[in-house]
Design a binder for this molecule. Structure first.
Ligand SMILES: [Zn+2]
Length: 122
């Protein structure tokens, strides 16, 4: 698997820059070069995590599918959806707005032992 991926690296970009790029199958299409040859990024790296977090904030706390599509325009991240999902799940703002509210109707009344006045509280 690893050997196959290294064979896909574009020689054209290796010469001009030190960034590894992936040669996609749609190179015949008349499109942007960064889309045709996306930058190859490792799955568990600080730079990748920062990039995902930046895109997440740039697109107003977008979800996994939107972030994967936006990142795919320029970057090829190994196991990208898993990384994006873990990054989104760690976002405090998203966690706050997706949290479920507590349903107080299911709570029962407090037992009599807990609500009875004690001698020290009088
Ligand atoms: Zn968020």
């Amino acid at each position: 698997m690893r050997k196959k991926i290294l064979c896909m690296v574009c020689k054209w970009c290796e010469v001009t820059t030190s960034v590894l790029r992936v040669k996609t199958r749609i190179i015949e299409r008349d499109d942007d070069l960064s889309f045709l040859y996306p930058i190859l990024l490792p799955s568990k790296h600080y730079l990748t995590e920062c990039l995902i977090r930046e895109y997440h904030l740039k697109y107003c706390h977008a979800g996994v599918q939107i972030l994967a599509a936006k990142l795919r325009l320029q970057y090829w991240i190994f196991s990208s959806k898993r990384n994006i999902r873990s990054c989104v799940s760690r976002c405090v703002v998203c966690k706050r707005f997706t949290a479920k509210s507590v349903d107080y109707s299911t709570y029962t009344a407090a037992p009599l032992d807990r609500v009875r006045e004690r001698g020290t509280l009088r």
